[in-house]
Design a protein around this ligand. Structure first.
Ligand code: SF4
Ligand code: SF4
Length: 157
């Protein structure tokens, strides 16, 4: 059994396995189920995502990924993110799929949530883009040390 099924979140070792070197702007594909699915692969304009078979897990070819984010909104499992680890001296940029309404706005302060939905800090919305399938992609400024922790946001009421 995949380890994460016990808790619903990825384990440290799963994360380590799927995480490229933490630098630059790059896709983080947190897909651990062997399912017949590949919209992320077909969405990538750079052929940076590949699968051995339809049910295999997608692999990222790091050198080919420019961090464009085209794969994020295409993933039905909301399992793809892009992180710019070097956005600024103290901030990273996390691009994440978001399917709640109302959408936050550029400049809005938000609660940052980890994979379990637990608040872990405050961030700022840098950009909101709504994809043609209605999934929004938020670009969120977060403290650099939270770049691999933040995977969702919550609007502050
Ligand atoms: S971020 Fe862009 S280049 Fe990288 S895997 Fe996704 S679609 Fe491809
Ligand atoms: S689209 Fe999402 S769920 Fe499907 S293979 Fe790609 S990362 Fe996994």
């Amino acid at each position: 059994m995949n380890e994460h099924r016990k808790t619903g979140v990825l384990t440290e070792s799963q994360l380590k396995e799927m995480t490229p070197e933490l630098k630059g702007k790059i896709a983080i594909v947190e897909c651990v189920e062997d399912i017949p699915c590949d919209p992320c692969v077909t969405a990538c304009p750079s052929d940076a995502l590949v699968k051995d078979s339809l049910v295999g897990r997608p692999q990222l070819i790091v050198e080919k990924c420019g961090g464009c984010g085209a794969c994020i909104a295409e993933c039905p499992g909301l399992a793809v993110f892009v992180v710019d680890f070097d956005y600024s001296q103290d901030k990273a940029l996390v691009m994440l799929p978001y399917e709640f309404i109302p959408l936050p706005e550029k400049g809005e302060r938000v609660d940052l949530l980890d994979r379990e939905g637990t608040p872990c800090g405050k961030g700022e919305i840098e950009r909101v883009r709504v994809h043609k399938n209605k999934t929004a992609v938020l670009s969120v400024l977060v403290p650099r040390d939270l770049a691999m922790k933040v995977r969702n946001v919550r609007r502050i009421q």
